[in-house]
Design a protein around this ligand. Structure first.
Ligand code: HSE
Length: 317
C-alpha cells in the first residue's frame, strides 16, 4: 500500500489578516501548484527521495529536510497514542519554490504529514494534525502562524481563531474572483521578512487593521464584493516589505489601471497577487507580469481560483 498527498500553494495574510487569514490556490488551467508527498512501504525505518522542479534547492542531507522533521513529529504523536510508525519510504515532489511567499514550506509539511496520516489510516484527527503542522511551520519561520498551513490543509479562505479550542474556521470566498499569483523568481526568507517588521504598532494602525479585517470577513459573509475588495489593504507588513520586492509599485499601479480589485504581497513575498473579476483581463495581467515582473527562469505566474479542497490523499500502486 502506498499513498500520495497533494497540498496546494497558499496566500498568507491576504493583505488584511496578517498571520490570521490565508487562502489556498488552484490554477484555473489545472496546473499543479503545490507539493506532493508519496509514502511507500519499506524495509528500512525511514528513507527520503526528492524530485520536482525545485528539488535542487533542498538540502542534500535528508535529515535536514523538513519532511524528516515531519516524520519525527508524526512518529512522536503516534507514540503518544500508543501507536508505532511503520517503516516507510517518502518521496517529496518539490513543485513550489522556497522563500516564494506561496506557502512552500507549509505545502511540504502538510503534504508530508497528511501523507503519513493516510499511510496510518488517519490515526491523527484534523486538529491534532493542524497543531503539528503549525508547530513544524513555526520551526522554519521563527514563529507559529497557521495562515499557510490551515488553508493548505483545509482549503478555501481560512481565518485563524486560536481561541476556545478552535484553530481555524473558513470564510466564504467570491467564486467569480480570479487571483493572479506571480512569483518573480527571487527568494525572500520568511524569518528575515518578519525580522524587518516593527515590534510595536501605533494605536491608529491597530484600529485600521482590526476594522479592515472585520470588514473583509463581514463583506465575505454578506456577499458585498466591492466592500471586500476595498478593504484588502495592509498596514502591518506591506509598507515595510514592499521595498524587498523590485517592481512591486509598478505592478500595483498597472493592476489598478487595469481595473484590478486589489493587489497585495502573498505571505512574506516576493510573490504578488492581484484579484480580478474578468477572466480575459486576468489572463492579460498574467502576460504583463510574465513580461514585466518575472526576473529569471525560476519565476512563473498562474491565474487561480480559491482551492476549496485543500489537501487530498489518494492511494497509489
Ligand atoms: N503571515 C506570515 C508572514 C506568512 O507574513 O510572515 C508567511 O508566509
Amino acid at each position: 500500500m502506498a499513498v500520495v498527498a497533494y497540498a496546494p500553494a497558499s496566500i498568507g495574510n491576504v493583505s488584511v489578516g496578517f498571520d490570521v487569514l490565508g487562502a489556498a490556490l488552484a490554477p484555473i488551467d489545472g496546473a499543479l501548484l503545490g507539493d506532493r508527498v508519496e509514502v511507500h512501504e519499506s524495509e528500512q525505518a525511514f528513507s527520503l527521495a526528492c524530485r520536482g522542479r525545485f528539488a535542487h534547492k533542498l538540502p542534500d542531507d535528508p535529515q535536514k529536510n523538513i519532511v524528516y522533521s515531519c516524520y519525527l513529529g508524526y512518529a512522536e504523536a503516534l507514540q503518544k497514542k500508543g501507536l508505532t510508525i511503520k517503516p516507510l519510504h517518502m518521496v517529496l515532489e518539490k513543485n513550489l519554490p522556497i522563500g516564494s511567499g506561496l506557502g512552500s514550506s507549509a505545502s511540504s509539511i502538510v503534504a508530508a504529514l497528511e501523507g503519513l496520516n493516510g499511510f496510518h489510516d488517519f490515526a491523527l484527527d484534523q486538529d491534532e494534525q493542524l497543531l503539528l503542522m503549525g508547530e513544524l511551520e513555526g520551526r522554519i519561520s521563527g514563529s507559529v502562524h497557521y495562515d499557510n498551513v490551515a488553508p493548505c490543509y483545509l482549503g478555501g479562505i481560512q481565518l485563524m481563531i486560536e481561541e476556545a479550542g478552535i484553530i481555524s474556521q473558513s470564510v466564504p470566498d467570491f467564486a467569480n474572483w480570479f487571483w493572479v499569483a506571480c512569483y518573480p523568481g527571487i527568494s525572500i526568507s520568511t524569518a528575515e521578512a518578519r525580522a524587518i517588521l516593527p515590534k510595536e504598532y501605533s494605536r491608529s494602525d491597530c484600529l485600521t487593521y482590526g476594522r479592515r479585517l472585520a470588514a473583509f470577513v463581514h463583506a465575505s459573509y454578506t456577499g458585498q464584493e466591492a466592500l471586500a475588495a476595498a478593504v484588502l489593504k495592509d498596514v502591518i507588513a506591506e509598507p515595510y516589505r514592499q521595498a524587498l520586492i523590485p517592481g512591486f509599485n509598478a505592478v500595483r499601479e498597472h493592476a489598478a489601471a487595469k481595473g484590478a480589485l486589489a493587489t497585495g504581497i502573498s505571505g512574506s513575498g516576493p510573490t504578488v497577487f492581484i484579484a480580478m473579476t474578468d477572466k480575459e483581463k486576468a489572463l492579460e495581467m498574467k502576460s504583463w507580469l510574465e513580461a514585466n515582473f518575472i526576473q529569471n527562469q525560476d519565476g512563473f505566474c498562474h491565474v487561480c481560483h480559491i482551492d476549496r479542497n485543500g489537501t487530498t490523499v489518494s492511494k497509489i500502486a
